[in-house]
Design a binder for this molecule. Structure first.
Ligand code: ATP
Ligand code: MG
Length: 464
């Protein structure tokens, strides 16, 4: 059973106090009451409450004094101040010393309901973020690889098991799933960690250059080879060689690589001296090498030789539960880069990120967070700034809300689509009232108007 949230209401007018209690009980909260600040303080010290709602003017100890004292003893207290209608300055002062929010008196049922709801939403979010930060500190991951899902735990186990062997590892997974990170982690957790780690990108160079890059050449081996040059294998001696995009290695080079893997020896181009090296080989690909070898595009024997230990990385949509942790990690990373102090991300933005299909996997998520950190004007990321607003398309998609369509769309289209639905529902819930909608969502009024214009939403149709 979900625990009822417990609220302490402090008000010297017994009639008002009684009616707030009835209202909040109806909303499903457990309510205690006090008639002044002193009584409230003693109750708070002896019980645990999720929220305090207190009037400003009270005998013995007023709302301000109560807030100050509570903040001193319980810095995490959630406090809402009730102030006489029109005294915005007092409300602002209360917020300055740590009140979460305020409600104007006479208190309307609708307003107090919304303010409480919003306070609890924020509270849940803060708790969630603090838990995530703690998890990050406990290092859910290996080196910089983040993720606590079962599939990622399995990846960490494999990395640690193979790191200290000389076994060849084939790392597979879609683009952006972290194959290169895993290769680094294997090297850094091996006893070769103080020796070179050399990356060879198989698709970056034309075949002829690639051969010289790998094996080196002797002076005069070909036109332009004015002096001897050692290749990456010699340079990597005692360390690790990482073949990235292995699926793109030309067939002729595959034969040479196979010999290197089997005999640990080769000759420089134009040379006849056989050079022995001690290298450990790691390879990564987003292609299906088994299938390629069936089609004759990849040597079967090389495939078997590489696939001694396979590590398959999950796509991000297969481990959505890791998204909040990754988001927190990237916020901290880009806070440092851009000298910002973003604390968290709003639940509505997080919900969107959790529902998206992420064809570009962690790289795409990282790019999103980087952009959001740069654009954020507040300590909480509450807004989606689309990189290429494609509103027409987004609106067209909206006409037929269909999950399959969402998974086909780009991140920007998806976010626009989702945000449009969110704002429409929000306005519907608040019966077209902008102030309440802004309060619940944490989006400021100006931005809300801008977004309504962007998505062509008319608030008047939601009015009673
Ligand atoms: N589990 C993870 N935790 C933290 N960051 C990650 C994780 N996986 C990937 N990244 C980040 O995502 C980006 C892409 O990762 P990486 O280059 O390792 O992917 P890849 O699988 O090699 O992709 P490609 O096939 O496109 O080369 C990097 O910035 C990396 O730091
Ligand atoms: Mg890569």
């Amino acid at each position: 059973m979900i625990r009822k949230k417990k609220i302490l209401v402090v008000e010297d007018d017994e009639y008002v106090l009684g009616s707030i209690k009835i209202l909040l009980n109806k909303e499903g909260y457990e309510v205690n009451t006090a008639l002044d600040g002193l009584e409230a303080l003693s109750l708070y010290r002896n019980n645990s409450y999720d929220l305090v709602i207190a009037d400003l003017k009270m005998p013995r100890m007023d709302g301000f004094e109560l807030l100050k004292q509570l903040k001193l003893e319980f810095p995490d207290v959630s406090f809402i101040m009730m102030t006489a209608f029109g005294s915005i300055k007092t409300a602002v002062d209360a917020m300055k010393i740590g009140a979460y929010d305020y409600v104007a008196k006479p208190v309307s049922a609708e307003e107090i309901r919304l303010v409480i709801q919003r306070t609890f939403e924020r509270q849940d979010l803060i708790i969630e973020i603090l838990t995530l930060r703690k998890e990050l500190e406990e290092r859910f991951g290996l080196d910089n690889i983040i993720g606590k899902s079962n599939t990622m735990q399995h990846v960490y186990d494999s990395i640690l098991q193979v790191a200290n062997t000389d076994a060849t590892v084939l790392i597979t997974g879609e683009t952006g799933t972290g194959k290169e990170l895993v290769a680094h982690a294997i090297h850094h957790n091996s006893n070769r960690k103080n020796c070179p780690f050399v990356v060879i990108n198989c698709s970056a160079l034309p075949e002829t250059l690639l051969e010289s890059e790998l094996f080196g050449h002797e002076e005069g081996a070909f036109t332009g080879a004015t002096k001897q040059r050692i290749g990456k294998f010699e340079y990597a001696d005692t360390g690790t060689v990482f073949f990235d995009e292995m699926g793109n290695l030309p067939l002729s080079m595959q034969t040479k690589l196979l010999r290197l893997l089997q005999e640990k020896s080769f000759e420089r181009i134009g040379g006849n001296q056989t050079i022995k090296v001690n290298v450990r080989v790691l390879a990564a690909t987003n292609k299906d090498l088994n299938k390629l070898s069936g089609e004759g595009c990849f040597r079967k024997d090389l495939y078997y030789r590489l696939n001694v230990i396979p590590i398959q990385l999950p796509s991000l949509k297969e481990r959505r539960e890791d998204i909040p942790l990754l988001v927190t990690h990237f916020i901290e990373k880009y806070n440092k880069v851009f000298k910002k102090e973003i604390k968290s991300i709003s639940q509505h933005v997080l919900n969107m990120l959790m529902s998206y299909c992420w064809p570009g996997n962690v790289r795409e998520l990282e790019n999103f967070v980087e952009r959001a950190v740069i654009m954020a004007k507040d300590a909480v990321i509450t807004e989606i700034e689309l990189s290429t607003p494609n509103q027409k398309q987004a609106r067209e998609r909206l006409e037929d809300i269909d999950d399959d369509q969402i998974t086909d769309s780009s991140l920007d289209d998806f976010l626009a689509h989702y945000e449009n639905i969110y704002i429409t529902n929000l306005l519907k819930r608040c019966k077209g009232r902008i102030d309440s909608s802004a309060k619940i969502s944490g989006i400021d009024v100006k931005t809300l108007y801008r977004k309504m214009k962007k998505y062509n939403i008319n608030k008047d149709i939601f009015k009673d």
